[in-house]
Design a protein around this ligand. Structure first.
Ligand code: CP
Ligand code: NVA
Length: 306
């Protein structure tokens, strides 16, 4: 069966742990491991901007000995109305996997249904599973026992938040507390699914509108932009609604001793995170970003081993 990674829920807890373990392994010896993608071509379609995802996947394919093709919609027929299924069928005849950043999740599902090769979600409006893998890897580098880690996510209940809820539950963290302004909470179905996973793995999932209470005693304080790609027109309204949900020095002071601050980046200093936090000693964001490369390699190997 073709392996796709469209959602963080496409991986079992064991598969997630094994992809992260492989990423930890390849990180130790970045240029020494086997050329596991030799002779393979990976098409990468970006319908939204990207720095980390695009560069990490392109470098990952190259370092594993494969050939990455970055396709921008305005340079391929997809941007002129060629359908997603036709694009999937054609790329399946030429390439070995497709990595795609797009808007609605159904574009990914349609691509995967028509493709005969693996499809990887490089961010959709609903999820960012590759980011969540790097996030769990980074938490594992900082804390020996994931089952005693309390993660708090402050801000928009968006794609990054959804994947973090699912991956955090699969990793068996002690708690994932999300605090969002009313109306900006994560999708109720995703929260319910994370709670169901948590019942198996021991993770408590809670959503509130109380940032101070959510952050108190947390080991990891995570945030993301308040206006995601595609939501730029809502920026002014969101800046007003999200006031009080920033990861500030005061929030970090109320977290557990030794707590780390995480952000998937790009960041807006002075909005969702204060400069002294992201640029200070508690910040794990640069390791977190680097881990996108190592997890990208492990994801590509996993989908291509199907
Ligand atoms: N975190 C992340 O996905 O960054 P990019 O948008 O730069 O890829
Ligand atoms: N939630 C953000 C993540 C960027 C990596 C967005 O979708 O724009």
């Amino acid at each position: 069966m073709t392996r796709h990674l469209l959602s963080s829920d496409d991986l079992t807890s064991a598969q997630q742990a094994s992809i992260i373990a492989r990423a930890v392994h390849v990180k130790k010896d970045r240029r020494e491991h086997a050329l596991t993608l030799e002779g393979r071509s990976v098409a990468m379609i970006f319908e939204k901007p990207s720095t980390r995802t695009r560069v990490s996947f392109e470098v990952a394919v190259s370092e594993l000995g494969g050939h990455p093709l970055v396709l921008k919609p305005d340079e391929v027929q997809l941007g002129r109305g060629e359908t997603i299924p036709d694009t999937a069928r054609i790329l399946s005849r030429f390439c070995d996997a497709i990595v795609i950043r797009t808007f609605a999740q159904h574009r990914l599902t349609a691509l995967a249904e028509a493709a005969s090769i693996p499809v990887v979600n490089a961010l959709s409006d609903e999820e960012h599973p590759c980011q969540a893998l790097a996030d769990v890897m980074t938490i594992g580098e900082r804390f020996d026992d994931l089952s005693s880690v309390r993660l708090c996510y402050l801000g928009d209940g968006n794609n990054v938040c959804h994947s973090l809820l699912l991956a955090g539950a699969k990793a068996g963290l002690e708690r994932v507390d999300v605090a969002s302004p009313p109306g900006y909470e994560p999708d109720a179905a995703v929260v319910a699914r994370a709670q169901a996973i948590g019942e198996e793995t021991g993770t408590v999932i809670a959503v509130s509108s109380e940032p101070a209470a959510a952050a108190r005693g947390a080991h990891v304080v995570y945030t993301d932009v308040w206006a995601s790609m595609g939501r730029e027109s809502e920026r002014e309204e969101r800046l007003a609604r999200f006031r009080g949900f920033a990861v500030s020095s005061a929030i970090m002071a109320s977290a557990a001793p030794g707590a780390i601050a995480m952000h998937c980046l790009p960041a807006h200093r002075g909005e969702e995170i204060d400069a002294e936090v992201i640029d200070g000693p508690a910040s794990a964001v640069w390791d977190q970003a680097e881990n996108r490369l190592h997890t990208a390699k492990a994801v590509l190997e996993w989908v291509l081993s199907s």
